[in-house]
Ligand binder design. Structure first.
Ligand SMILES: [Zn+2]
Length: 215
C-alpha cells in the first residue's frame, strides 16, 4: 500500500481499493506567514487491506462544521514548513499500523506487538468541545490537542509513568477495574496569549470507597 504515485496494474489486482484522506484530519501542522495551522494535503491511497482503508478514510471537517480550522497557505510556507509537510503526521502512521495489525489479526495470528493506542490524538477535531476547568469557556481545539500531547509526552518519556495495557490484564493482576482518568484542561494565559495546560488526573475516588460500618 502507499500513496498513489504510480497506479499501474495494482488497481486491477484483487481486493485493491482506493481511499482519499485529508492530512489535516490526522494533525498535519505547518507554519506559514500567519503562524501554525493545519495542512489539508489531500492524499489518495491504495491498499488491499480493508482495515487500513477504513482508518485512512478521514476528511477535513471544514466543509460541514460551523467552526472551521485555519488551513495553512502552502504558497506562503517558510523553509521550515516545507520540511514539515514532507513527513506524515504521527496519527496517520498510527492509523496505518493499527489497520495493518487488525488486518493481520483477522487473517492470521499476528500477536499484539504493535499494540499502540491512539493516545497521540493530535487531531484537533477530537477537542472541539473542551471547556476550561476553571472558567468554563471553550478552549481552542488545536491548543488542547497540543497540551494533551505534551502531557502524554511528559508522563511517558520524562516520568516513565505511562504505558498502555489492556483492561483484562488489569483485572487479572489487581482483581479490580482500572481507576477512571479524566483530563483537566486550563488556559493559564488569557484570551490574547493563551497557554493551555492539560493534566491527566485520577477521577474522584471518594465515592468509590466502601461505606464505613462505624456509627
Ligand atoms: Zn482540515
Amino acid at each position: 500500500m502507499g500513496p498513489m504515485d504510480g497506479e499501474g496494474e495494482v488497481l486491477d489486482m484483487e481486493g485493491v481499493v482506493t481511499v482519499d484522506c485529508d492530512q489535516c484530519a490526522f494533525g498535519l501542522w505547518c507554519t506559514d506567514c500567519l503562524g501554525e495551522a493545519l495542512v489539508k494535503k489531500p492524499t489518495k491511497w491504495m491498499t488491499n487491506a480493508k482495515e487500513i482503508a477504513a482508518r485512512l478514510d478521514r476528511k477535513c471537517v471544514n466543509e460541514k462544521k460551523e467552526e472551521k480550522h485555519r488551513l495553512c497557505d502552502l504558497l506562503k510556507l517558510d523553509k521550515k514548513g516545507m520540511r514539515v509537510i514532507e513527513r506524515y503526521p504521527v496519527a496517520l502512521v498510527n492509523a496505518v499500523l493499527k489497520g495493518l495489525r487488525t488486518e493481520l489479526n483477522s487473517t492470521l495470528e499476528a500477536g499484539s506487538h504493535v499494540d499502540e493506542p491512539d493516545v497521540w490524538q493530535t487531531h484537533p477535531e477530537y477537542y472541539e468541545n473542551i471547556y476550561d476547568a476553571n472558567s468554563g469557556t471553550k478552549l481552542d481545539a488545536g491548543l488542547v490537542a497540543k497540551g494533551r500531547e505534551a502531557e502524554m509526552d511528559f508522563l511517558q518519556n520524562d516520568l516513565g509513568a505511562w504505558s498502555y495495557d489492556k483492561i483484562e490484564n488489569c483485572v487479572q493482576e489487581t482483581g479490580k477495574q482500572p481507576i477512571p482518568m479524566t483530563w483537566v484542561d486550563i488556559n493559564k494565559g488569557d484570551d490574547m496569549r493563551p497557554n493551555v495546560r492539560c493534566r491527566l488526573c485520577v477521577q474522584e475516588t471518594r465515592s468509590r470507597r466502601r461505606p464505613r460500618m462505624r456509627r
